[in-house]
Design a protein around this ligand. Structure first.
Ligand SMILES: [Fe+2]
Length: 463
């Protein structure tokens, strides 16, 4: 009976082979050839275990033949116990070898198969090896549980690997294996108790305890698998909701940017200055800000503020804005109020105060000679200093009359007025952009080209 039990025990361990081969093939990314199947079976965990048993059988035989006379029965028993751990370790090394260079989910699947193997062995130790009369259950239970766990765990583990990249597959699986070992140890303790301390009557009860303990482990494992599966699906649900929220946020952001663009286009249309002036100033300002070392979020805000810099022109009569002739002093003064008007319009945009500041101060000069307040240097908000230079550059380069000359002309004007009209740091960033061909001039179409850019920063019609 004992030999038969052992044979069934070994056969039982082979239940792991189909999922093992499936996982190996998955890991290799292709179907395995017959030769490979044989090779992988020969170095599979059950076989490694069987080799270990043979190794210790050989040691026992050598001992019987008197070759290893120093080895007593107790140390042989110990060696067999340690051999069990050695088989575990060897199998783990094989798993490491196989999973080299594999993707996270394949790795987890493969390690999972190893886990199944140890659980099957545990089941055999607990339910079968001590209870030959329930041979059928001893064989059926690990088969069913191997399959059930494969079905239940493979997917959540794969998702876990995808979602938590920082979780090392080795750590998860090694922790699970250690847990399995602890259960195994508990079983051994019961085993020792039975033979050392417990009477025959108690033994019968303990059989039952072991039987139910074995089933309890399986039930707990299955419950754990189901819970893990549910947990993973709830995580997926949260992730989907987060995605939806992010999409909505994106939509709202796009709507507000579109609203700003519409407003900017309204101003540009009213001014009959040059098409798309506000959009270009916005783009230049954003680039200058990035060049000066602002992060993308800050540069985006500066770009939006620059887009709104002339919004106050909505409050200036068309007769002045669109006047074809040179403006009178009164008319010019009237136009100059557009910065204050812009501030009044934008001051309610509390979430982005830069908009109002940019509109109010974009005609201030570094040397204090600008308007409306005549402040100088760093008293002028950075957003307005950047907008001023971007505005001036576009005023000079977007006028068709200057043609290709305009960029080099604008460049020399920016350089010349650095430190007087423009913040030198802003001017340097802009010059660097021009020199690196990172910013383009000569955009759009102007309705007339009768003004030079020699007072860059003051709009063409403002003079
Ligand atoms: Fe302006």
């Amino acid at each position: 009976m004992e030999t038969f039990s052992e044979i069934v025990f070994f056969i039982g361990q082979l239940v792991i082979l189909p999922p093992y081969l499936a996982a190996t093939s998955n890991l290799r990314g292709r179907k395995l050839s017959t030769g490979q199947v044989i090779k992988y079976i020969l170095i599979s965990p059950p076989f490694v275990y069987i080799y270990t048993i043979f190794l210790f059988g050989l040691i026992a035989a050598l001992k019987r033949a008197g070759v290893l006379s120093a080895l007593n029965e107790e140390s042989l028993q110990n060696a067999v116990a340690w051999g069990d751990l050695l088989a575990l370790f060897l199998s783990y090394l094989l798993a490491l070898f196989y999973s080299k260079g594999a993707k996270g989910k394949d790795k987890l699947l493969f390690f999972f198969v190893y886990l199944c193997f140890y659980i099957s062995r545990m089941v055999f130790d607990i339910t079968f090896s001590e209870l030959p009369e329930i041979l059928f259950f001893g064989l059926a239970v690990p088969c069913i549980f191997s399959y059930a766990m494969y079905r239940f765990l493979a997917k959540p583990l794969t998702e876990l690997a995808k979602m938590a990249k920082y979780l090392n597959a080795h750590i998860i699986v090694f922790a699970l294996l250690l847990q399995g070992l602890l259960i195994l140890r508990f079983h051994f303790n019961l085993f020792f108790m039975r033979y050392d301390f417990i009477s025959n009557i108690m033994m019968k009860k303990l059989w039952n305890v072991e039987l139910w303990f074995g089933y309890l482990i399986h039930i707990l494992l299955l419950v754990g698998c189901v819970m893990l599966k549910q947990y993973m699906s709830s995580i997926r649900e949260v992730a989907e909701k987060n995605d939806q929220l992010a999409q909505n946020n994106q939509k709202i952001t796009r709507i507000s940017i579109d609203a700003l663009k519409t407003l900017a286009a309204t101003v540009d249309a009213k001014d009959s200055y040059t098409n798309g002036h506000s959009m270009r100033v916005s783009r230049y300002a954003e680039k200058i800000a990035r060049k000066m070392g602002y992060d993308q979020t800050a540069a985006d805000t500066i770009g939006k503020a620059a887009m709104m810099h002339d919004i106050g022109k909505i409050g200036i009569p068309d007769a002045i804005l669109k006047k074809p002739a040179v403006l009178t002093k009164e008319e010019y003064d009237r136009i100059k109020t557009h910065s204050e008007k812009g501030y009044e319009i934008l001051q309610n945009m509390e979430y982005m105060p830069e908009l109002a500041l940019g509109a109010r101060y974009h005609h201030e000069r570094w040397d204090g000679g600008g308007y409306p307040e005549g402040i100088s240097g760093e008293d002028i908000p950075a957003v307005a200093r950047i907008t001023a230079a971007a505005d001036a550059y576009d005023a000079m380069t977007s006028n068709r009359a200057y043609s290709a000359m305009s960029v080099s002309y604008a460049r020399s004007e920016i350089e010349k007025n650095s430190g007087t009209q423009f913040d030198p740091r802003v001017a340097d960033a802009l010059l660097e952009l021009i020199d690196g061909n990172e910013i383009h001039g000569v955009y759009g179409v102007s309705d007339s080209g009768n003004e030079s850019g020699n007072d860059a920063g003051i709009h063409r019609r403002n003079r």
